[in-house]
Design a protein around this ligand. Structure first.
Ligand code: CA
Length: 248
């Protein structure tokens, strides 16, 4: 379902949360302090974070303020966990940028309901809004992909599966997606589809993006899967860009 990062220093609570979330079908990673949480987020951006208020070292709200000040983590969905049930703490948790708030002790069903609600709130926006990465623009409403380069607009022609695949990758940039996850999220009912199918469509997608010099944005992560590279041209590998670089 979703990738959830649990940031909690009390091992027993962290394990219980992880067990319940995994049981509900989520992928869970754990961090016991802010530094570890930052490393996890730097590696793979989760779909949602459960962030404990009281952590050794940097506190939950301080870590959250830092995340909100950085482009990559500005809209990362975060539920703050705390042992303090006071109204003042709730307000400052939300001030720090939390999307929701759970006061300990909370039931497993309450936790799962909040997680579902927050994930659902993120989804509709992601489905309708057009997405832009380095001059590459995907407009879901118009079902159109174009590349804009200093006033020039070039339409790109993608098949329906490549369109959905690109939409998913652009909506979740900088994360590594396994073939199985892509089948699950782009194809949906994938019971009879082989994982190799993903490779075929990634190849077609790159061919469709090549005229705009954007093929390199769809990166192969060896042994893991695929990732949309949203880094600027100076950071990106110069993979045969042609006349038009994939940059605004
Ligand atoms: Ca704690």
């Amino acid at each position: 379902m979703a990738r959830i990062l649990v940031v909690e220093d009390e091992a027993a609570i962290a394990e219980l949360l992880a067990m319940n979330l995994r049981h509900a079908g989520h992928e869970v990673s754990l961090a016991a302090d802010a530094a570890q949480a930052q490393r996890e987020v730097d590696g793979v951006l989760p779909d949602l974070v459960l962030l404990d208020w009281m952590l050794p070292g940097l506190s939950g709200p301080a870590l959250l303020r830092r995340w909100r000040s950085v482009e990559r983590t500005r809209s990362l969905p975060v539920i703050m966990l705390t042992a303090r049930a006071g109204e003042a703490d709730k307000v400052s948790g939300l001030d720090a940028g939390a999307d929701d708030y759970l006061a300990k002790p909370f039931s497993n069903s309450e936790l799962l309901a909040r997680v579902r609600a927050l994930l659902r709130r993120q989804a509709p926006q992601a489905l309708q809004a057009s997405v832009t990465i380095g001059g590459l623009v995907l407009d879901p409403a118009a079902h159109r992909v174009s590349h804009r380069d200093a006033g020039d607009v070039r339409e790109l022609h993608l098949g329906p599966t490549e369109f959905r695949l690109l939409h998913y990758l652009m909506a979740h940039p900088e994360r590594v997606h396994s073939r199985r996850q892509l089948l699950d999220r782009v194809w949906g009912d994938h019971v009879f589809i082989e994982e190799r199918t993903v490779d075929v469509h990634v190849k077609r997608l790159r061919e469709a993006l090549a005229p705009a010099g954007c093929a390199h944005r769809v990166e192969t992560v060896r042994g893991v899967g695929y990732r949309m590279n949203a880094a600027s041209a100076t950071e990106a590998p110069s993979a045969g860009g042609g006349a038009h670089g994939c940059e605004p």
